[in-house]
Write a protein that binds this ligand. Sequence first.
Ligand code: NI
Length: 156
Amino acid sequence: MAIRKIVKLGEESLRKKSKPVVDFDKSLWELLDDMKETMYAFNGMGLAAPQVGVLRRVVVVDVNNAFIELVNPEIVKTKGEDVEEEGCLSVENFRGRVVRPMKITVNAFDRYGYPFTLTGEKWLARCICHEVDHLDGIVFVDKSLDKEKYLKKHSL
Ligand code: NI
């Protein structure tokens, strides 16, 4: 396992659309192991593969001490609304409010290619939505109610 370098906002790979995983092989497992180690090393709640420069649909999250790996995640159902402040390991010195669903259902595969469905509420739902956005080149700042504050000092 290894800690990988985190891609920061402004770098190109963070804005690209990631491709689905086809081979559930050793290189995927290494990526997942490294993402887990990297997320914990930087005290993140979640990490998406493009944040370590890999344009594949792979996400790890840890909310309430439950570590989850999601390969090719697809949010299939959302319910309600919730507003909280978010941050991101790729965005330094900014946190901002984002409207997210209160509850989501996500279909995904585990590291061996086995499909599963997960329902999450509140922070788990928020974290998964945030990470799935990364897979489509979307960063939370794009959607933040506090985007103007960010744009005073930076560009997107
Ligand atoms: Ni993020």
